[in-house]
Design a protein around this ligand. Structure first.
Ligand SMILES: [Zn+2]
Length: 95
């Protein structure tokens, strides 16, 4: 059974189409629940959603993204960009 297809999803925030059979990929799982990436079959735009489950409810928070599921998984586990990183790029571009 594909558990990702059972996760309740909103309509696409870009075009309003019901996600229905749109491909959903669980990109991360933890004690909090799942991080799910879904791509709209109508407009091909993507949404990443953090889904938290409790015995009484399911909560979700969505984030619009340009990343595909593989990229999203990669960046979730990458080193975070720090202020020093930003300053180093700024100084490098200023030369
Ligand atoms: Zn759409």
């Amino acid at each position: 059974m594909d558990f990702s297809q059972q996760i309740p999803m909103p309509d696409c925030p870009f075009c309003g189409v019901v996600y229905g059979a749109s491909p959903r990929v669980i990109v991360d799982e933890g004690n909090y629940g799942e991080m799910v990436h879904v791509t709209c079959l109508a407009c091909h735009r993507a949404l990443a959603m953090q889904v938290e489950r409790s015995p009484h409810c399911v909560r979700s928070v969505g984030l619009l993204t340009d990343c595909n599921a593989e990229d999203y998984r990669h960046f979730m586990h990458s080193k975070r960009v720090t202020l020093d990183d930003v300053l180093a790029v700024h100084q490098g571009l200023a030369r």
